[in-house]
Design a protein around this ligand. Sequence first.
Ligand code: FAD
Length: 344
Amino acid sequence: MGACARRIAVVPVGIQASSLRAPRADAAAWRMPSPHAPPSRLEPLVSRVKPPPFEYLAPRSLDEAVAALAEHGDEAKAMAGGQSLVPLLAFRLARPSVIVDLNGIGGLDGARLDGDTLELGALTRQRDVERLPGLRERCPMIVEAIEQVGHVAIRNRGTVGGSLAHADPAAEWTALALALDAELDLVGPGGARTVPAAEFLISYFTTALGPGELLTGLRLNVPNGRSGSCFLELARRHGDFAIAGVGALVTLDGEGSVGDARVALIGVGERAVRVAAAEELLRGRRPTAELFAEAAAAVQAELDPNSDVHATADYRRHVAGVLVRRALATAVGRAGGGDRDGAA
Ligand code: FAD
């Protein structure tokens, strides 16, 4: 660990689960201390934080971060925007003894649309991609998906890399990465490697990241030409994770038929999925409402969603079919083609 890295020990007091729900008689003890309080009163208050104790490391380079993660192994967790990790710590569902904060490392952020490639640093805030000039016109699906990630405050801090590394099966970024054939750059103790999104996303909160490995950036393929795209999802409230979501991208050929199609879904399995059977069925065909319904049925036949407190498996499958039909119709309309009646 280089001399410039900062180490801070955070030493919390104990907390009971009940104290997370309702104000308690001693709630005053949890208030932020007044900056005007004398140091003797400040000291015990600042140590009263929700997470379990951890050592905080703030490396200044990728090498330092990788070395810190390698040194502490399973005990360490990288932190980017903290929008998934901090809630897990606060509820004590994650108990790393070392947090390696990536925010002080230069060169890991930035968003650039260059030809057919959207290049993103892992630390790029989701909101910065959402506001990238020209992106909505070029590939509306990307902006439409990001707009449904939590709320603006979350996207202001939450990073693209953090979302992909966290790998929630309902995360919008996982559908984008699959639909846009993303290639992800990883760096770890064994060096650098590049992994396609389809191999990176493995299962619930599980990725191809090895011990001590970090995601440093990714490239997404954004087709030019006669293409249209759309992202739709159903959530109980705006900002909630999706019950089901669909990203569709269609490129038309010179005859107005489907030249290429990509259909990716979230919320309907252990990870985001791309449905090759539906894409294959669409290629070379005239884009009509009947074709979109056929594609939706092909998607529904492939899915194996779970039932949980939010929705039954049948409901998720049904919603997925409806969203596929609508997203394809909108994508084709945006590409300037299709049976407009059917597409409506
Ligand atoms: P962190 O929370 O810092 O890290 C998350 C995980 O990824 C940790 O395990 C961390 O170790 C690891 N990690 C982070 N960066 C890297 C890296 N570069 N390399 C390797 N590992 C890394 N997300 C959605 O997709 N859709 C939603 O609708 C949604 N709603 C939300 C609502 C609320 C109220 C909140 C608090 C969050 C919501 N999120 C949602 C999550 C949000 O998008 C997070 O920002 C994102 O999942 C994690 O990004 P982060 O940068 O905050 O990562």
